[in-house]
Design a protein around this ligand. Sequence first.
Ligand code: DAH
Length: 340
Amino acid sequence: MPNPIIEKISSALEISRQKLREAKTENDIEAVRVDLFGRKGLMPALSKEMSAVPSEEKREVGNALNNAKNEIQTLIDEAKAAISSVSSSASDEIDVTLPGRTWKLGKKHPVTMVIDDCVSIFRRMGFIVAEGPEIETVYHNFDALNTPPEHPSRDPQDTFYFPDGRLLRTQTSPVQIRVMESRKPPIRIVAPGRVYRRDTPDATHGMNFHQIEGLYVDRNVSLSDLKSILLAFAHEMLGPSVGVRLRPHFFPFTEPSVEYDFSCIMCGGKGCRVCKNSGWLEISGAGMVDPNVFKTVGLDPETWSGYAFGMGIERIAMIRYRINDIRLLFENDVRFLKQF
Ligand code: DAH
């Protein structure tokens, strides 16, 4: 007749095996563990009963108890592992009915788009791209461009100077000088880039904006060549109905100098709010390269002639995309940029 404790152990083992085989959740397993090993569970109770077991049976009963504890602990561990592998393989399954994740692609900034388009239009007309530094010498930014020492644009109120006397270029025109210093005519370049001015930002001014400079040097270049290239550019950029007009102006590095306008693309030249009823939109400056500039870079003004122009990129972007405040182009609010 085996000890009654051994009988209790074997029936508890039987039931636990069954329950663990059928366990579906962690809670099912936990319930078995608590029944057996919990504070009020079967195993602690049986351990207490050990003191009443006659000494000649102690060894047998003790062994049975330990074996049962070990077996059940192993079964509990195995049941737990089985459940977690089932749940993780479920999460690996791909639900093909779920909508896909869309990748948010970056976009080009409207200023970059206008620069790219300007460059591609001028490339097709035979111009190549030149570059110059944004930190310039006074010589390249002013002196070599025939700008007199008392010219107001040199004032520190208008120009950012470095302690060493260099400056942040106020225009892309110094690239003209650098190109003529390093290459022989014929020259046909455009130079897009950043420029800096000490302006108070408002709807039409920024301290940092972009220009694209153009320079053409060859024999017998005339003002009508300049006008035709500006007209061709305007047609490519804004459409075939846009007209160009030149107005007399002054720049130190061109003679004669002009400012040029494109006819208003909103009203077709009739007059509206955007063009302030004039029918024209101011773009920038241009002119025939001043003989003094040629002399400075060692070109004979009797042999060589040329035109130059500079355009404000933001100005073109504002016209093209109907943007009424230049600051929108610098603030980089994603809600604004997404629209292009
Ligand atoms: N650099 C001038 C400016 O920023 C624009 C300009 C005028 C450029 C006449 C030229 C030019 O090349 O010939 O206001």
